[in-house]
Design a protein around this ligand. Sequence first.
Ligand SMILES: Nc1ncnc2c1ncn2[C@@H]1O[C@H](COP(=O)(O)OP(=O)(O)OP(=O)(O)O)[C@@H](O)[C@H]1O
Length: 239
Amino acid sequence: MIELHRLTKRYGGTTAVDSLSFTVGPGHVTGFLGPNGAGKSTTLRLILGLDACTSGHALINGRPYASLSRPMHEVGALLDASAVHGGRSAYNHLLCLARTNDIGPARVTEVLEQVGLADVGRKRVGGFSLGMKQRLGIAAALLGDPEVLMFDEPVNGLDPDGVRWIRGLMRSLAAEGRTILLSSHLMSEMALTAERIVIVGRGRLIAEATVAELTAAYPSLEDAYMALTASSVQFGAAR
Ligand SMILES: Nc1ncnc2c1ncn2[C@@H]1O[C@H](COP(=O)(O)OP(=O)(O)OP(=O)(O)O)[C@@H](O)[C@H]1O
């Protein structure tokens, strides 16, 4: 479970996350939506302790990230697939991560197979396509077999086969009773993958509802999103 209590982050005069409170429960995929600059990535970074919050707090299974003794066993995340050392092989990249959390090499082989990278595991990550790097980032998130998983735009760069694979993976991880928070701008994918939706705009909570509730109230999830975020879009192009 992920719990946010009045989470706030200011960067100078910019309030990226503004007193944000919501809970992400286990057993289903929760979609995390919002316009560009709404504060989604900042929120994910705050949950993972990669950035210090200004006030409020975020808890993973009831505890702040910093107090988790073996964090990869509790929470896994894909935030930025390109944040990998290009000179290392996929296998070695994962092995380095695994060692920091007492995870053995057999698990590295297992997750490489799970994400479809077993055949290129010994190749340098620098030569990987964006889609391959996304798969590697997902493998890293899965390494510790965590109960809580967070993915920021995981389908970026994936081919249609990969997009379908991600959809199935997210749903099966949720069906295993895990807590899945999935950030994406692809409404059609979100409608097929998520059961619950959290929408933010300008750092604030706009809506928290099931996909079924939103699609009952609006013609589609995309229509619901457009209506609910209409006054929160900061970077709309001239029409
Ligand atoms: N390190 C930082 N320093 C200063 N401002 C930042 C920093 N990180 C984020 N911001 C600002 O915080 C706000 C929220 O950004 P964030 O990246 O969290 O939004 P987002 O919802 O993930 O956007 P997108 O959908 O475009 O990825 C933006 O105004 C952004 O410019």
